[in-house]
Design a binder for this molecule. Structure first.
Ligand code: KIV
Length: 263
């Protein structure tokens, strides 16, 4: 078995200019497939709310749901680093509650780290979590939990603020930062100026690594896909074809045939 991906191996990958591969997953079977293909990081994103639970945005996801899904993913990953995504309002209030919630991902769900959204505003939370021994991945740029404040899912272009956010979360103790919905030249500049690895989603090719939402890149759902998503497979079409054949065969009585019955 290859050795487990850690916060220090990710920093070494950045230094060695080796791209970091990351995807989201929410359950055991998909997480096993990702781990078997050598993915470096599996994020149990709060995108769970949209791609698994069928909700409009990520805001309704609860701590119990996030812990439940993260535990399934952790059981499947022998090499990949598992990161649990802290749900909306699980870290925005009192610091001790944020630490308690962050701790649940490591203690109950077997994750190696947590992710949370925000820049300078969440630095006290990052500091408190890091002090408690909980590795934190920051997430700046387009932060979906602030969808109402941003007035929609919009590309973020304030270079000075984004650069400062990146430096602030690094100084607060984050081991890595997700850059979402940021023009490529700005993401490249942040990546160059930070010591910690940047993981891009809709942030161009120069980030230290890339992440996509699994259900988007495998074509599992039919919802609108942002420009930055490349569809690597069309699993929905395959699944629908299988189900349609089954329905047809059961209706006409050709399944189960002799091969599938006990004598
Ligand atoms: O929730 C999620 O899946 C994420 C990724 C898009 C980075 O935050």
């Amino acid at each position: 078995m290859q050795s487990k991906v850690t916060t220090s191996s990710l920093i070494k990958m950045k230094q060695d200019k080796q791209k970091i591969t990351a995807l989201t997953a929410y359950d055991f079977p998909f997480a096993s497939m990702l781990d078997s293909q050598g993915i470096d990081m599996v994020l149990v994103g709060d995108s769970l709310g949209m791609v698994v639970q069928g909700k409009e945005n990520t805001l309704p996801v609860t701590m119990d749901e996030a812990v439940y899904h993260t535990s399934m993913v952790s059981r499947a990953c022998s090499r990949a680093m598992v990161v649990g995504d802290m749900p909306f309002m699980s870290y925005q209030g009192a610091l001790d509650r944020a630490v308690e919630n962050g701790g649940r991902f490591l203690k109950e769900a077997g994750a190696a780290a947590v992710k949370l959204e925000g820049g300078a505003d969440v630095c006290p939370v990052i500091e408190a979590l890091a002090k408690a021994g909980i590795p934190v991945q920051a997430h700046i740029g387009l932060t979906p939990q602030s969808v109402h404040q941003m007035g929609g899912f919009k590309v973020q272009r304030d270079e000075e603020r984004l650069l400062q956010d990146g430096k602030d979360v690094q100084n607060a103790g984050a081991f890595s930062v997700v850059l979402e919905g940021i023009p490529s030249p700005i993401a490249a500049k942040i990546t160059e100026e930070l010591v910690i690895p940047t993981i891009g989603i809709g942030a161009g090719p120069d980030c230290d690594g890339q992440i996509l939402v699994l259900h988007d890149m495998l074509g599992i759902n039919d919802r609108f896909l942002p420009k930055f998503v490349k569809k690597y497979a069309d699993l929905a079409a395959l699944a629908k074809q299988g189900v349609s054949e089954y329905v047809e065969e059961v209706r006409k009585g050709s399944f189960p045939s002799a091969d599938y019955e006990y004598k």
